[in-house]
Ligand binder design. Structure first.
Ligand SMILES: Cc1ncc(COP(=O)(O)O)c(C=O)c1O
Length: 506
């Protein structure tokens, strides 16, 4: 039964014109709400005076109704405390009827909603601990400072920020993002091109709405971040998987597979999932393709802050002289995913379209976080935090690589470990074939026999291995795991890797 906050007056429908007397209406309103389970056992009900005022009726019918409900055992009164819904009711609340298969047909939802792959609450996504992907070192986040900034902005009610509902987001925040992107990522932009969004996932959604029509083709990387594929399928467009090799997306292959694609979705700084950085020649080739074919490039720069062994690689957007790249970034990795803040850098001539689409969606994320984060950035905390996390993650990554080499050198091959908060390891093909007898997998993982199976089992032991094979759109070429190292201290890494080995060898 749901807990209901005290002081909330339940909806008791009364009609003064109806033939049924008011006291019967109030009585029936409460009884039905209790039997439906809308009012919880033990919950306090409003005083007769408060309810009469709320319903704008005299107090007498309310008193009559309460007396009847008390007499029938729906209410209990406690002297000095008030009136409550009885804890043992005269009838059990009826359970809502579940739609039968037959009636399900009459409860049909849109064809569009059916295009999305089913929501699969896979276990490894929801655990916090060793190898969880996208999990920052929360114990190193300056929570005291962050709380102070939030408190300061919660207290100061700025009229202009409360009335200025701009679909691009809060201007000072966009200015701070702009200055960071110009300096740290060589993105060419001004604040008028930046739209604040609730994470890069929403950015991908908005970009898809603006750039693609149902039936349009779009290149995605093979393997790719699976939610890009889901989003495109859901929009009715056609995701075309384009292979990724050691130089990043194979542009020639893309041009052969879908020459008329409208958009290419890429992660050039740190390929999701193999960790490759797109080479300079591929970057120019991709830009040239987009110029020639008048298509768009969506650059998802999801964890660009963390590069360990070399200088940061400037953004693809910064190389583009034709304004054909849309740049997406997020605060999910530097701060945390639950904050839900990210941004899109939009080519200047498309800003109005983006604003039009956004204005009919959620308009923008809460100003409170935008204001606090603006200060966090202005006052230098953001840059300091990135610097600190870079050296922390560098040490954690080194500990992971060392433990993997010591414990699993014969079993796992490390892919692309020079950036981000996770690295990828691949399994030898022999393991994959040996395990083909195991096949109790969810529908959406058809073809992914090995790594999904291991990850499912490991999750039962609270080891969060993200399998690689679901990142493939077609038959997976490799099995393996994305191993997050952000939230695992160095001294815990060897033990975690030993558990990883046991999980695979099981
Ligand atoms: C490649 C990539 N793009 C987009 C996202 C979405 O991130 P968020 O919506 O938290 O910003 C993620 C999630 O981690 C990701 O890995």
């Amino acid at each position: 039964m749901l807990e209901v906050s005290p002081g909330i007056v339940p909806v008791i429908p009364v009609d003064r014109e109806a033939a049924t007397p008011l006291h019967r209406q109030v009585y029936a309103g409460f009884r039905d709400a209790i039997l439906r389970g809308d009012l919880a056992a033990g919950q306090q009900v409003p005083s007769s005076r408060a309810l009469a005022a709320e319903l704008d009726i005299s107090r007498f019918p309310v008193l009559d109704a309460y007396a009847q409900l008390l007499a029938e055992g729906y209410f209990k009164s406690r002297v000095g405390a008030g009136t409550f819904v009885a804890t043992s009711l005269p009838h059990q609340p009826a359970h809502p009827k579940r739609p039968t298969e037959e009636s399900a047909a009459s409860r049909r939802t849109s064809r569009r909603s059916m295009l999305f792959p089913p929501y699969d609450p896979v276990p490894w996504r929801h655990g916090w601990g060793a190898f969880g992907v996208h999990q920052p070192a929360l114990d190193h986040f300056p929570f005291d400072l962050w709380s102070k900034l939030l408190a300061r902005h919660s207290r100061s009610l700025r009229i202009h920020t409360n009335n200025n509902l701009h679909p691009l987001g809060l201007l000072p925040f966009r200015e701070a993002i702009c200055s960071y992107l110009r300096t740290a990522r060589a993105v060419r932009c001004d604040p008028g091109q930046i739209m604040v969004v609730s994470g890069s996932q929403q950015a991908l959604d908005i970009v898809t709405r603006v750039l693609l029509d149902p039936g349009d083709s779009a290149w995605i990387e093979e393997p790719c971040y699976p939610l890009v594929r889901s989003l495109l399928l859901g929009s009715g467009s056609k995701p075309v998987p384009v292979p990724v090799d050691d130089d990043g997306l194979d542009v020639d292959a893309g041009a052969r597979l879908a020459p008329n694609a409208r958009v290419a979705f890429v992660t050039p700084s740190h390929h999701y999932a193999l960790g490759v950085t797109m080479s300079a020649s591929r970057r120019f080739q991709l830009l040239e393709w987009s110029r020639r074919s008048e298509s768009w490039i969506v650059e998802d720069d999801y964890d660009s802050e963390y590069r360990f062994d070399s200088m940061p690689i400037p953004s693809l957007q910064g190389l583009d002289s034709c304004d054909r790249v849309l740049y997406i970034g997020t605060f999910s990795k530097v701060l945390r995913p639950s904050l839900r803040l990210g941004y899109i850098v939009i080519p200047a001539d498309l800003v109005d379209r983006f604003a039009a689409v956004r204005f009919s969606m959620d308009i923008f994320p809460s100003y409170l976080f935008q204001e606090a984060l603006t200060d966090f950035m202005h006052d230098g905390h953001f840059a300091r935090h990135i610097r600190r996390m870079r050296s922390l993650y560098k040490a954690r990554r080194a500990a992971l690589v060392e433990s993997l080499s010591a414990e699993c050198g014969d079993l796992l091959t490390i892919q692309g470990s020079e950036a981000g908060m996770h690295l990828t390891v691949t399994l030898p093909e022999s393991i994959t074939t040996q395990r083909e007898s195991l096949r109790t997998l969810p529908e959406s993982f058809k073809g992914a026999i090995c790594d999904v199976q291991i990850a499912t089992r490991a999750a039962k032991d609270k080891l969060w291995l993200w399998p690689l094979s679901p990142c493939y759109s077609a038959e997976p070429r490799r099995h393996g795991f994305l191993l997050g190292f952000g939230n695992t201290p160095e001294d815990q890494m060897p033990a975690a890797v030993r558990r990883l080995r046991q999980a695979i060898a099981h």
